[in-house]
Write a protein that binds this ligand. Structure first.
Ligand code: HXC
Ligand code: NAP
Length: 282
């Protein structure tokens, strides 16, 4: 399905591309022929990931920027175009998040997360969208969301608000910019182990185990699973998919949402007893 050279001719800008899922998507896109440009605040992870890609024979470059700063985003895009040619696709993957009871949040804590996730995604989308429209070039945007865009979630309210905003951005611009041949889609991942997420939203080993136990598949996501989905949505094979959000979570959010899903805790022996009692009553 993912033949060599699938992404040949593409230059993909990945925000937060030096670590975690951004790094995994960058490696996979480069493996399939894309040139990738990685942008985030810290230089070291960006440099290390770009070097790793080049060592494997791929093409990669990087630039440091804070996506909350529109001028910095514009500057890094100029740098990207010099280093990997005209950018054909954008992955808005950079994010900030932490768990915190909402009444303990400061306004600046809220602004910080919303600034990275919502403003940051808007900044990169606007800067590249304008370029694509002006040059009459097609473009693709892939936004990385979370499954609580569907449900909201306690304890991550800034992130939930921001990611829901990015979903609205995805759906709105998918319609508005389709006439310019710009396609926007999103991915809503469940839990995928990364240093960034685990350090901030999985506060203990017990909570991790609790999460795993409650998962319908009893496991977290694998990076290659998400990276392959990203590649598909960025590839020409997904040319008619526009304005959608694909969930990749092994069914986790549905399991949390369904009213009777906690019956997963009921042991088989109890079901056996209930069945026996029902048959006896007939
Ligand atoms: C409460 C917090 C906080 C915390 C920071 N703040 N951490 N408040 N609980 N744990 C507050 C600070 O006190 C400050 O407010 C404000 O937030 C800004 O903090 P800074 O440290 O100055 O901000 P900054 O350096 O910009 O860092 C941004 C950050 C940080 C979001 C706070 O965590 C970060 O850099 N994150 C980037 C990577 C990341 O978050 N990855 C996880 C993605 S996982 P005051 O009022 O004191 O000034 C994900 C999905 C998870 O999104 C789903 C998994 C299943
Ligand atoms: P991560 O490694 O912490 O990724 C976040 C990236 O964003 C980092 O590379 C970080 O680099 C960059 N970033 C943060 N603030 C930035 C800013 N102001 N400007 C530019 N870049 C910034 O965590 P991850 O788990 O891989 O998360 C990647 C994406 O997946 C995020 O959108 C996250 O919300 C989403 N997601 C993850 C999970 C999961 O379970 N892992 C689940 C659902 C959704 P710097 O700090 O160097 O800037």
């Amino acid at each position: 399905m993912f033949e060599a050279g699938l992404l040949k001719g593409q230059s993909i800008l990945i925000t937060g591309g030096g670590t975690g899922l951004g790094r995994s998507m960058a490696l996979r896109c480069a493996e399939l022929g894309a040139k990738v440009f990685l942008a985030a605040r810290r230089e070291e992870p960006l440099r290390a990931t770009a070097e790793e890609i080049r060592k494997k024979g791929g093409a990669a470059a990087w630039g440091a920027c804070d996506v909350r700063d529109f001028a910095a985003v514009e500057k890094v895009i100029e740098q990207a175009e010099k280093e990997v040619g005209p950018v054909t696709a954008l992955v808005n993957n950079a994010a900030g998040n932490f768990v915190c009871p909402t009444e303990r949040l400061s306004p600046n804590a809220f602004a910080s997360v919303v600034g990275i996730v919502l403003n940051g995604s808007f900044h990169a989308t606007l800067a590249l969208g304008r370029r694509w429209i002006q040059a009459k070039r097609p473009g693709t945007v892939l936004n990385i969301l979370t499954t609580y865009v569907w449900t909201g979630s306690g304890f991550v309210v800034p992130s939930a608000c921001a990611k829901a905003g990015v979903l609205a951005l995805t759906r709105s611009l998918a319609v508005e910019w389709a006439r310019y041949k710009i396609r926007l889609n999103a991915i809503a991942p469940g839990a995928f182990p990364t240093e960034g997420a685990w350090g901030r939203v999985i506060p203990s080993a017990e909570y991790e185990e609790h999460h795993r136990r409650r998962h319908p598949m009893q496991r977290f996501g694998r990076h290659e699973e998400l990276a392959n989905l990203a590649v598909f949505l960025l590839s020409p094979q997904a040319g008619y998919i526009n304005g959608d959000c694909v969930t990749i979570d092994g069914g986790q959010w549905l399991r949390q949402g369904g009213q009777f899903n906690d019956l997963l805790e009921v042991p088989d022996a109890l079901w056996d007893e209930m069945e026996k009692a029902r048959k006896k009553a007939k």
